[in-house]
Each structure stands twice: as structure tokens, then as C-alpha cells.
Design a protein around this ligand. Sequence first.
Ligand code: ADP
Ligand code: MG
Ligand code: MG
Length: 527
Amino acid sequence: MSAHDWPPQLDAAQEQALLDLASDYALAHGLVLRPVASSPSSPLSLTTGIHAPYSLYPSQLPSHLFAQALALQPTYNELYARVTADDAFLERVVGGAVSKVDEFQGRLYELWKTVKAEGIKQPLALGLFRSDYLVHAPQGTAPSEHTIKQVEFNTISSSFGALSTRVGDLHRYLLASGAYPPHPSLTTSALPTNSALAGLAGGLAAAHKAYGVDDAVVLMVIQDNERNAFDQRPLEYELVEKHGIRLLRVPFSELRTTLSLSSSSHALLYHVPHGASPLEVSLVYYRTAYAPTDYYTAAEWDTRLVIERSRAIKCPSVAMQLAGAKKVQQVLASPAELAHFVPRGDTRAALAESFTGLFPLDDSREGLDALERARTDPSGFVLKPQREGGGNNIYRGDIPPFLAQLEDEDEERQRRRAGEGEGEGARERAPKGREGYILMDLIEPPRGVEQVLVKAGEAHGARAEVVSELGVYGVVLVREDVDGSRGGEADVLVNETVGHLLRTKASSSDEGGVAVGFSVIDSPLLV
Ligand code: ADP
Ligand code: MG
Ligand code: MG
């Protein structure tokens, strides 16, 4: 079947009827966001919602590629659990040039070193991961030759577990209610169930139980003015209703004055404003703290340190956050590095099939070779900093001038250092700005795919040409060998694949974030 006969064509009145049904479903089932504030300085409305951006139809995805992405997840979960626990690897890969040229990574790294030197009080860490993929369909290849390639692996604040579950339900409802026109590929069994919400909540519950204090609470740390509240609240409701566990959802900035450590046990205590006695925190779940701008003042770094020092379980620990650096993804693409973590050849081969070209930009032979190609023929590349949250990458023709600018900054730094009287040797060893970036082959998604993207109740650019990115959620609970009694081996106590996310954007946009307004939440129609 060609991609061109999907989604079905409806006349304007039929499509409007479908939109009306979808809007009501979205509002009735919490497929919503808080509306944008009227001005940057005015507060968000806490009493109104607007539907989250969604696709009017599910998007076709080859079922064998979907199955492949799900099947890879336990291997990826274990890989990143082992990286988290491998101090020497993190010291070499993140503690090298990356932590020196990237101030944010440097601060996270120093925080980790500080806590490690004091002695890690909690060997368990929870990962609610999401591995993201695009279908790779180079021009001129047959559909049978298309593959999936990993875009990135997220170890912190993987969002949309709840909303992706809702969009799958929305599409299933529109089919069951007879609202979609008949189409041969559109059957109930082609719409896979998605248990991301229940599965992620199950991960939080497993960590809470492992902590072992029944009446302790889970602390979800969020950004100020969070619009995506209704992707977060359902996790709280699941925990309370299905697991009998309390979750408190608190902005990072409010924790400046409400957290303390018990000096004897290193328990993390949350002092409820105007509350009687403090509550012990079993698990700290971050839905913030991944971007420099999340740390509003120095106080947020102090808060992070208090949390890391405590015996609360972290989702993620700072080590697990460092493991999610794009630099780590690039280093793991090297066969020798991967072999250290994944000894089995067949498992390793399955992982490697999902890698696209990833290159360092350091002074190694490989790095200098990649640099030369990025400068002279950048059309097939994306340049990535060590950042999360979308909107940070540099694409194609923008790469050479960007690299030139980094070089100018290096020279400026050198001049300043020389002015401050540092020796020749120190200048020689100074890492270059480009070493904080990785270079990646652009994945080439299928062309000519259409979808109706619904934003704020309107079908924007009806029949837009689109690209879909598949995410697979994984849960791990890992015990680090903090006292060296198991020879540095991590113990992976929980390893599950819990659901998926499909995000769809207009092909004209390079980036894919829903929160940053580029894409909509979608669900797969397996073909
Ligand atoms: P972030 O952590 O900020 O989400 P990503 O690595 O996911 O960073 O990049 C953001 C977006 O850029 C992706 O959602 C995707 O749309 C696009 N992108 C990233 N890497 C590639 C690639 N190798 N090929 C094509 N598009 C890419
Ligand atoms: Mg990311
Ligand atoms: Mg991403």
C-alpha cells in the first residue's frame, strides 16, 4: 500500500465532524495542556485547559519496525543502567573535554564527584527512559529496505507517557465510534495498546517499595509555570489510586526552603508549608533539572546537591543523567566501547543496527576526519550539543559557520589565558569548544507521508507532509556497587518495556518537540 492513500480524504463537513468528536474526547479525557499565559509576566491559568496538539488520524508504521524498537528496549535499558554504574567510563567520557567546555555538564559532573567523594548513600537509581527513533528510508530504497535508527536516548524527564496513552485511546475511540471512513489498513488490531502511563507509574511504585518506608512520599520536581501538568498529574493519580502511594508535585524553586537532610540517616525530609511534621521522601522524580535554565538561581544547584546527598532514590541520579549525555551515545556507537557493556555478539549486533553514524569532534583521527566533512560537505549532518528539551541542534549548511564561530571563541579564550600569564603547555592542552558537540548522520525519514495536525482546535496546514518519531519507554531499577563488593558490577533489579510515543511534525521543521510547539502527539497504525 502506498503512503499516499493515507489518511483518508474527507470533505470539509466530514472532517469538521471528526474534529468536533476528537476535541470533546480530548477535553473529556485530560488530553490537555494549560493555555499559554496572555503575557510572559502573567501567571498561567490554573482553572482552564486547552487540548494538547494531536494528529487527527494514527500514522502508518511498519509493524516489524515497531516490534523491533520494542524488542530492543530491554537491551538499551540494561546498557544505560550499566553505563550509570560505571564510574571509570563516566569519568573518561563526560569528565574529559565535555565537562570542561560545557559549563552545564561540568556542573553536573562536579556535583557527582562531590557526592561520590562523600560516599553515595543510596545505591538504587530509577530510570524512566525513552529511546527515540526515526524510520530511515533513503531515497531510492524499497519499503522492505527501510530500517529504524535511534535519534537519542533520554534518561531524564522523559515526558508524554500519559498523553501518548490518551492519544492512542482517542484514535481507538474514533475508529470504534464509526467516525473514521473505512480504510483497509484501519482495524482495531492495527492500533497497538499503549500502557506507558500505567508502566511508568509502576516504575515509580517499584522504586518507592524498594526504599522500604511505607508512609514516605514520592516527590515530583517540576518547572515553574508548567503547561504540561496533565501529562504529570495522571502519574500521581495512578500512584494514589492503584498503589496507595502519595506523590507531591512541587516546583524546583519551592524546594529551596522546604527540604532538609536528617543528619543521622541522610533521609530526605520535605517540610510541607504550614504542615506539622516533615515527610520522608522515598523517591525524587525529576520533570525538570535537565536544562541550564531549569536552575533559576544558585539555590537550585544547592537543592540538587541536598537531594543527591540523601538516601532518597533518584529518578534519575546525577550519574544516570550524565549517562544520557549525547556524548555517551556517540562513544557507545564505537564497537569496542559497546563490547565492554554488551558482551554478547548477537545482542550487540541488534543494537548496532539501530545506530546511525555518530562522530566525535575532538582531535582524534576520527574526530578530525569528521570535522573536515562537517566543514566541507555538511548536507548530511546534524551537530548536537549536550542539551535536552529540543531546539538546540544545528543542521546542514548552518554547521560550517557555527564551527567557525566556535573556533573564534577558542582563540579568544586562548588570548585571554595568555594575557593572564598561563604557560604555553596549559594552552596546548585546553580542550576545544567543538569537543562539547557530537556530529551525527541525518536520518532520512520516508517522504510524501501526510497527516492532519490539530493544534488549538484547528487542523493546521490540513494534509501537511510529515515525519513521525517513535519513542519507546523503558523502566529500570539499578543497584550500583557503591562499596565495590561486587567488583563494580551493577545489579539490574527491574528491566521493563512499558509503552510507546509517536510524535509527528511537519517535514519542513527539523526539530520534533511537542512542548516547544513543533510536533503533535500521534499513535501508530501498524501496517
Ligand atoms: P533533544 O534531546 O533536544 O530532544 P534530539 O537528539 O532528540 O535532542 O534532537 C531533537 C530533534 O532533532 C529530534 O526530535 C529530531 O526531530 C531531530 N533530529 C535529531 N537527530 C537527528 C538525526 N540524526 N536525523 C534526523 N533528525 C534528527
Ligand atoms: Mg533528549
Ligand atoms: Mg529528543
